[in-house]
Write a protein that binds this ligand. Structure first.
Ligand code: FAD
Length: 417
């Protein structure tokens, strides 16, 4: 998704449309000809308003907008281990909605349709990257900015190509990052994220998230009255939930989302502006689908760039899905890198020059992504204990956010990009 968005951005801008761009993928795209006639796919992404702007600017949004995706107007977060909750509404920040939920295959198909229209883009698949030769830092220092040596790629079936800039957008287990010898830091949450498609009792216009003692459980509206579950939980529970029938799974979701006591307003905080807690809808199984699970980790590359190389998206950073920010951070990389390359073309600089990539891409994005990674990891840890002082303060913290409009709006605006 992120690599295609970057290629679309380069092809849609008059300055960078002079660059010749080759898009390689080891798999062909999953074409969705008529998404509204099928049950939605299990893999979905929340798309923030900032990402919508990017997708609009590259001409892909018209193929993603509702009815192919669903907008959500509210977000409600609450805690199994306490009384606190926060309910956000788009109207509080003067917006129609807080974002959209789109199937990954709808995003991929929309970007691919757009790529096929762009004159400076060549698509090649199946094409798996096997070897990569990059100029060394020493050579760049010796020859000056934008060394004459190009990057060389060798593909699985022996084909080779040269490039002024290679962008590694090949996901969390990036071969490009590995071949470029860029080190990563990572830790596993020793959890898996179960994803499933369900139906809800009432139409759903809210992104619901309950923090359970095992991890967060989210219920997100998708299209045509369906909703999507992202349930982060222990390896043991994930294995059992994955084997459950869709009906058994729906029962487990209802118990986890609606069981126990609903939060009540804290009597010590009589804030009139606080929105009332809303009960989440009951979910029903969709028999044609079977839930799947994915490992959850936090990871980041220490460097995003080398001479003639840049990493974007999950190749550069992987976050916990609890706030649905993963692909949105990747789209943020796309905006910044596309701006840097536009600047290079307009000022006659080499697009693969290390100094340009460091100053105009790596530094701003490492700062931005780093803040989000720390915030999400802290959130994950703060919500882990179910009793004791931290659990009590957490409930109080949620109540204070819920009853403080200025604080609530700032958090919402930040999360919406
Ligand atoms: C359970 C779960 C729920 C999530 N929910 C959300 C959400 O709600 N919102 C959100 O923003 N994010 C979410 N994410 C994260 C999001 O899915 C990722 O951030 C996003 O897919 C990353 O996109 P990408 O394009 O960087 O990488 P990928 O989507 O992994 O794409 C990588 C591409 O590179 C290709 N490739 C890989 N290796 C090679 C090679 N050697 N040669 C050639 N091609 C190669 C692959 O075929 C693929 O097309 C979730 C993640 C999980 C696990």
């Amino acid at each position: 998704m992120v690599g295609s968005a970057l290629a679309c951005a380069l092809g849609s801008n008059s300055a960078t449309s002079s660059l010749r761009v080759l898009v390689l993928d080891r798999e062909g795209p999953t074409e969705v000809t008529s998404p509204s006639s099928n049950v939605p796919d299990l893999r979905v992404s929340t798309v923030t308003p900032a990402s919508v702007q990017l997708l609009q600017s590259v001409g892909a949004w018209e193929h993603i907008a509702p009815p192919r995706s669903a907008a959500f107007q509210h977000m409600q977060v609450w805690d199994e281990g306490g009384n606190g909750y926060v309910r956000y509404s788009a109207a509080q920040v003067g917006r129609d909605n807080m974002g959209y939920v789109a199937e990954n295959r709808v995003l991929q198909t929309a970007l691919m349709r757009r790529l096929k229209d762009l004159k400076n883009i060549t698509l090649l698949w199946p094409a798996s990257l096997e070897a990569l030769t990059l100029p060394s830092y020493a050579l760049e220092a010796h020859e000056g900015p934008g060394t004459n040596s190009l990057a060389e790629l060798r593909l699985a079936h022996g084909q080779t190509c040269k490039a002024r800039l290679v962008v590694g957008a090949d996901g969390a287990r990036s071969r490009t990052r590995q071949l470029a010898d860029l080190r990563t830091f990572s830790w596993s949450y020793h959890q898996r994220g179960i994803v499933a498609t369900v139906r809800t009792q009432q139409p759903n216009d809210t992104a619901w998230q309950r923090f359970l003692h095992t991890g967060p459980l989210a219920l997100l509206p998708v299209r045509d009255g369906y909703s999507n579950i992202v349930w982060s939980t222990s390896l043991q529970q994930a294995s059992a939930l994955e084997k459950a029938s869709p009906h058994e799974f729906a029962l487990a979701v209802n118990e986890a989302l609606r069981g126990g006591f609903p939060p009540a307003r804290n009597p010590l905080l009589p804030m009139r502006s606080a929105e009332e807690f809303a009960a989440p809808p009951a979910v029903f199984a969709v028999e044609e689908t079977q839930q799947r699970s994915f490992p959850l980790a936090c990871a980041g590359a220490g460097r995003y760039v080398r001479p003639r190389l840049a990493l974007v998206g999950d190749a550069a950073h992987v976050v916990h899905p609890l706030a649905g920010q993963g692909v949105n951070l990747g789209f943020g990389d796309v905006r910044t890198l596309a701006d840097a390359l536009t600047h290079a073309v307009e000022t006659g600089r080499d697009v693969g020059e290390l100094g340009l990539l460091e100053d105009m891409y790596e530094q701003p994005r490492q700062r931005e992504n780093g803040i989000m990674m720390v915030a999400l990891d802290s959130l994950k840890r703060v919500f882990a204990p179910q009793s004791g002082v931290l659990a009590s303060f957490r409930g109080l913290g949620l109540d204070i956010i819920n009853g403080t409009p200025a604080l609530k709006s700032s958090i919402m605006k930040y999360a919406m990009g």
